[in-house]
Design a protein around this ligand. Structure first.
Ligand SMILES: [Zn+2]
Length: 281
């Protein structure tokens, strides 16, 4: 089973194109597609991906619309099946979101089938150790649900860049030792901090997006570095994630399959570990 644990999708080609183009203009970062569910489904088929985790997040003013859309496309209706049952929805909250408070939003989206939370501390402009997020972490522990957080360097470097450092999770993990944190991008350049957290907090997981990829960015590990990182953290704690629509998942899967690690470890990273996390087998 192959599970892509790091996917971003947009309701229409126009919306997706606007997002990826805006980021390209700001950062020079190229993209692979516009990120509609239809496009991703095609790429899932081509790459043999069984499930994709949709990590929904956006600025405060669009947060609830995106959450709503993300759960709506993955839940069955009264008399019809879910439109995209192969997608696993993660929703987002922020301390400054308008209207519903974070916990109200989480409770509501839980009844609609959300399976976890995604935050991007840099883009959403709050630190992981912001005290206003404590109730959210407590809620996640109580409900035994995971949270994926962008970690490390961001494609846009602004005054909030420091919020991406894995170390900003230390006090949170100290207070919530059972929080199922998934640090995206293996720390994206902040490798030592990621390793330090992995060694101190055994429940923390990591995803491979950008860090172990066929793309060639300055935070993409070479084969030897990737294997060393996997060996240090433990293959059973690493989830394959593509960061679609920026990256074509098929190429990343090939890259992981080509690493000099055991078949068991490859299978775990590509989907076995996520299947355990989401109780899929
Ligand atoms: Zn991402």
């Amino acid at each position: 089973m192959i599970i892509d644990a790091h996917v971003h999708l947009f309701p229409t080609k126009e919306v997706g194109k606007e997002v990826v183009e805006t980021i390209k203009q700001q950062s020079g970062c190229d993209y692979y597609s516009c990120g509609t569910p239809e496009e991703y489904l095609e790429d899932m088929k081509k790459a043999g991906i069984d499930k994709g985790v949709v990590l929904s997040f956006s600025p405060d003013h669009q947060l609830k619309n995106m959450n709503f859309w993300t759960v709506a496309i993955t839940r069955p209706g009264k008399s019809k099946p879910a439109k995209y049952p192969m997608l696993i929805p993660f929703v987002s909250v922020s301390p400054t979101m308008k209207g519903k408070k974070p916990l109200e939003e989480l409770e509501h989206k839980l009844t609609w089938g959300m399976r976890g939370v995604k935050i991007h501390p840099i883009a959403q402009k709050f630190a992981p150790d912001d005290v206003r997020m404590k109730p959210v972490y407590r809620w996640l522990v109580e409900h035994d649900l995971p949270i994926t957080a962008h970690s490390g360097k961001n494609i846009i470097e602004d005054e909030y860049a420091g919020f991406g450092e894995p170390n900003r999770w230390l006090s949170v993990l100290e207070e919530f030792p059972r929080l199922k944190l998934i640090l995206a991008h293996l720390g994206n350049g902040f490798w030592e901090q990621a390793i330090d957290i992995a060694q101190k907090y055994k429940q923390v997981l990591f995803d491979t997006a950008v860090a172990i990829s066929q793309i060639d960015s300055d935070t993409t590990l070479d084969d030897n570095e990737a294997v060393e990182m996997i060996r240090t953290i433990g293959a059973d704690r690493i989830l394959f994630g593509s960061d679609y629509p920026w990256i074509n998942p098929a190429g990343d899967i090939e890259r992981i399959k080509g690493l000099k690690i055991s078949q068991n470890e490859i299978d775990g990273i590509l989907g076995g570990n996520a299947a355990v996390l989401f109780n899929l087998r």
